[in-house]
Design a protein around this ligand. Structure first.
Ligand code: CA
Length: 226
């Protein structure tokens, strides 16, 4: 059974999410402040974190930053529409996805499931993709460059795998978001851009002159033929 930590200061929202998650078979932990949420995360190490942005005690972005210093656990952010600039910062800090309030609990459950599926792949066929200096191990969810392990979030891993599996093929942002989320939703373009930016920072020797992930202007991205 997967454990989900909800860090959110609106009791009604916590109640609804908890009830839906528990009905879906998840174990649920809750925290109503950023600082206590971080400490709960540290002690319990849940499988996924649902994180509100505006929190008493410690800002959600700071919580995300602290968690990412130690872990690649999937983080789903809850944001208000007015928080749009913060959503992008959140994604840059390594959050995997976000939903905008007000949202349907069913949507949150769907996103949680998608994130967990990516984080805990079942038993895929053993496969290792070698492109340039990169080695992408699909079974271990591990990427190495010249023998050095590169830590990727599940979303970054899925994006990299999608692109690298077909070098030279241009993918639209919409196609890329579908591979990572399984569904189209508003704001996907900047979401993809934020993830690609993170990915480049991690895998490219010089992120300003990417040799792996190329921008296809007006379209999206492609993995360069090595
Ligand atoms: Ca709040």
């Amino acid at each position: 059974m997967s454990t989900i930590l909800i860090i959110e200061d609106e009791p009604e929202l916590v109640k609804v999410l908890r009830s839906y998650l528990e009905k879906s078979g998840f174990e649920v932990l809750t925290a109503y402040r950023g600082d206590s949420g971080l400490s709960t995360w540290d002690h319990k190490r849940p499988d996924l974190v649902i994180l509100d942005l505006n929190l008493p005690g410690m800002d959600g972005l700071d919580v995300a930053r602290e968690i990412r210093r130690k872990s690649q656990v999937p983080i789903l952010m809850l944001t208000a529409r007015v928080d749009e600039p913060d959503q992008l910062i959140g994604l840059e800090l390594g959050a995997d996805d976000y939903v905008t309030k007000p949202f349907s609990p069913r949507l949150v459950i769907a996103r949680v499931r998608a994130l967990l599926r990516r984080a805990q792949p079942g038993t895929p066929a053993p496969e290792i993709l070698r492109v340039g200096d990169l080695q992408i191990d699909l079974q271990a969810y591990l990427v190495t460059r010249e023998g050095q392990t590169i830590e990727l979030t599940p979303t970054e891993f899925t994006l990299l795998h999608t692109l690298a599996a077909q070098p030279g093929r241009a993918f639209t942002r919409e196609q890329l978001i579908e591979t990572t989320q399984g569904t189209y939703y508003e704001g996907y373009e900047r979401t993809v851009d934020a993830h690609i930016k993170n990915l480049r920072a991690k895998i490219e020797p010089d992120p300003k002159k990417p040799k792996y992930i190329e921008t296809v202007f007006g379209v999206g991205y492609r993995f360069a033929k090595q």
